[in-house]
Design a protein around this ligand. Structure first.
Ligand code: GLU
Length: 304
């Protein structure tokens, strides 16, 4: 395994040249375009890593899977999916257009920004600070990493540049999808996107889902049903508007973020974290996707 991942990282680094690092916040633009790293953690307790696996980056959209788990725990499946759908959009992650044209006005799914902002509004707590603290504590438990925290420079950038997200938040409020305070929901959302992680953090969250919601000490933090919902939405909607193609080519539940991370779950086998900040036109790590495709082929990972 170690030889294989060393070889695949080397092979796929050149793809970075074809992509672009996210630059909507100056801080994100500082990432090294040619970085590529991977961390794999298996159900039988083995860890493998290669390349730039130690680099810190912000979790961005990958946070949407963890906030979804907590929102379902806090509110129940029925309530959550009365406000947010379960269907892929085929549109970019930050698209607004289907919000108004769909009959229900519900965001299509929790993996697009509109859906994730609605989900953030469902996290319980007395104010934005308390809600985010509960979410961060939950993140720490799921990833078994007590050191997780927000990158405040990125958080400020997210908040300063997040006007499209604000527009969606206020639209959702006007339609009654968001019941509480919109600014609080947006603040939780901007902060969750700005949590700093490494490939190891992502692999550990992947492993948690590969175990159907159990921590390494055997604590069942979420029901297996919630784990199934999250994994299914990852495979249908987790990789922006490349989700269908990646389901065919890779075949494991995955979620990516514009910070360059990809988190994959191989049910019953392993969690995988990848980092490669150079993105393709859809927002997925370009070298990361190619690395994941090779890995899936070599290790026969597809669940299909
Ligand atoms: N913070 C980013 C946004 O809301 C997340 C984007 C992403 O990773 O897809 O625009």
């Amino acid at each position: 395994m170690q030889d294989l991942i060393d070889k695949l990282v080397k092979k796929n680094i050149p793809f970075s040249e074809k992509g672009k690092v996210a630059n909507y916040i100056p801080e994100l633009d500082k990432a090294n375009k040619n970085s590529l790293g991977i961390y794999i953690t298996t159900l039988d307790g083995k860890n493998y890593h290669s390349g730039d696996y130690k680099t810190k980056f912000t979790i961005q959209s990958i946070s949407k899977i963890v906030s979804l788990m907590l929102a379902i725990l806090d509110n129940g499946e029925k309530y959550v999916f009365s406000k947010v759908g379960m269907e892929p959009t085929g549109d970019p992650f930050n698209s607004i257009r289907k919000l108004e044209t769909s009959n229900t006005k519900k965001p299509y799914n929790p993996m697009i920004n509109a859906g994730a902002i609605a989900i953030a509004s469902m996290i319980k707590g007395k104010d934005a600070r308390d809600k985010f603290q509960r979410l961060l504590d939950f993140f720490k438990k799921v990833s078994e990493d007590d050191t997780l925290d927000v990158n405040y420079k990125i958080y400020c950038g997210e908040s300063e540049t997040g006007n499209r997200n604000r527009a969606m938040g206020y639209f959702l409020k006007s339609e009654g999808i968001i019941e509480g305070n919109v600014e609080e929901a947006l603040d939780v959302y901007f902060k969750q996107c700005s949590i700093e992680v490494t490939t190891e953090t992502l692999a550990k969250i992947g492993l948690f889902l590969a175990r159907n919601g159990k921590t390494s000490s055997g604590e069942q933090l979420i029901t297996p049903r919630i784990a199934v919902i999250v994994k299914t939405l990852m495979i249908t909607c987790g990789m922006y508007d490349s989700s269908g193609e990646i389901a065919v080519k890779v075949g494991v539940p995955s979620k990516s973020g514009v910070g360059g991370g990809i988190l994959s779950v191989v049910p019953g086998r392993m969690g995988i974290g990848i980092y490669g900040p150079s993105l393709d036109s859809k927002g997925n790590s370009i070298a990361g996707i190619n690395l994941l495709e090779d890995l899936s082929e070599q290790l026969n990972l597809s669940i299909f």
